[in-house]
Design a protein around this ligand. Structure first.
Ligand SMILES: Cc1cc2nc3c(=O)[nH]c(=O)nc-3n(C[C@H](O)[C@H](O)[C@H](O)COP(=O)(O)O)c2cc1C
Length: 328
């Protein structure tokens, strides 16, 4: 396993990502996942709004944007899986290279820009899944959609996925879609939240709705949003997305690199946001994500108020064995 991960690390990140996920899929199809990655972990199950999470560790959005690997990721033993971010129309994302590894710090900078195959593709995948654990679907807007059109994008995705989602995440925090983070300002999030609230009713969607937040916003902005989340009866937040601040990256020449930083250097910043939200809104449900790479950082998220935890970057660096490391 270690050798395989070392080889993958020598390849361009997106190619390595694709090879790794397709290999996992193959192992799943050959029914070999439980032999290569036996699920011997101690699990604490957790129930929220009738959803039973078999443990508190999930895979974060962005790893399986199109729902192509739900069964194989599920077979690894995650307590829940979040797919997406998905947009109404397929889109290629930003020009390559757009994913950069910082191996010494177990960090990634990405500026993928919501590359995905579109919501109709995802719905087909989700409908045909065999995985029967909790599945969240993360929705967004196409790059060229502005104003009301941008709101309509979220609504279209919501309508198309709501019959298949155990929860829906509204992603307003990707730094790689121009202007998306302006949805953190009141004049923009209120019309979006109104529209989401309305479609929740018309679709009779009774499962949770979470808002995924950026760690780069001012505390007052976060307070306004979390207040509104409660007023609109949404269910919680996911803290956090990647950060545009790269001062924690040791390789100073790369500090000016555009994109969102994830992995170990994000831990402190995403924890600060989590603590802040927990302090202001202790009742609000929280999923903690950002920089989790060992048992200590996993527990930290729970101590700071998260009920569930997600990972992305540490899964890229350590592979499936990270699940056991975090849960045992
Ligand atoms: C390559 C890459 C792509 C991502 N794509 C998405 C995405 O499409 N939607 C989203 O909400 N978050 C996305 N994220 C953010 C992750 O879900 C997570 O919030 C962030 O990476 C922090 O967690 P980590 O430090 O465990 O990686 C992406 C992260 C990475 C590294």
């Amino acid at each position: 396993m270690r050798i395989l991960l070392s080889i993958l690390r020598m390849l361009p990140p997106e190619l390595a990502h694709s090879i790794a996920l397709n290999s996992l899929q193959l192992l799943y199809q050959l029914k070999l996942i439980s032999i290569f990655f036996p699920q011997r972990f101690s699990e604490t199950s957790f129930t929220f709004k009738g959803l039973k999470f078999k443990n508190k560790l999930g895979i974060a959005a962005g790893l399986d944007k199109n729902g192509d690997f739900i069964n194989s990721l599920g077979a690894l033993g995650f307590g829940f899986i979040e797919v997406g971010t998905i947009t109404p129309k397929p889109q290629p994302g930003n020009p390559k290279p757009r994913v950069f590894r910082f191996t010494d710090q177990e960090a990634i900078v990405n500026r993928l820009g919501f590359n995905n195959k579109g919501v109709d593709h995802l719905v087909k995948r989700v409908k045909g899944r065999k995985y029967n654990g909790v599945l969240g679907i993360n929705i967004g807007a196409n790059k060229d959609s502005m104003g009301q059109k941008r709101i309509n994008d979220y609504i279209e995705c919501f309508q198309k996925v709501s019959a298949y989602a155990d929860y829906i995440t509204v992603n307003i925090s990707s730094p790689n879609t121009p202007g998306l983070r302006s949805l953190h300002s009141k004049e923009n999030f209120i019309p979006l939240f109104k529209a989401i609230s309305h479609v929740r009713e018309t679709e009779n969607f009774l499962n949770p709705i979470f808002i995924k937040l950026s760690p780069d916003e001012h505390i007052d902005v976060i307070s306004e949003i979390t207040k509104a989340i409660k007023e609109f009866n949404f269910d919680g937040v996911i803290t956090s997305n990647t950060t545009i601040e790269k001062s924690n990256l040791m390789l100073q020449s790369k500090v000016g690199l555009s994109g969102g930083l994830s992995g170990k250097p994000l831990l402190e910043k995403s924890n600060e946001l989590l603590s802040l939200v927990h302090l202001r809104e202790p009742e609000l449900f929280k999923i903690g994500v950002g920089g989790v790479h060992n048992k200590e950082s996993f527990n930290m998220k729970l101590e700071k108020g998260a009920s569930l935890v997600q990972i992305y970057t540490s899964f890229i660096y350590h592979g499936p064995k990270i699940i056991k490391k975090l849960l045992n």
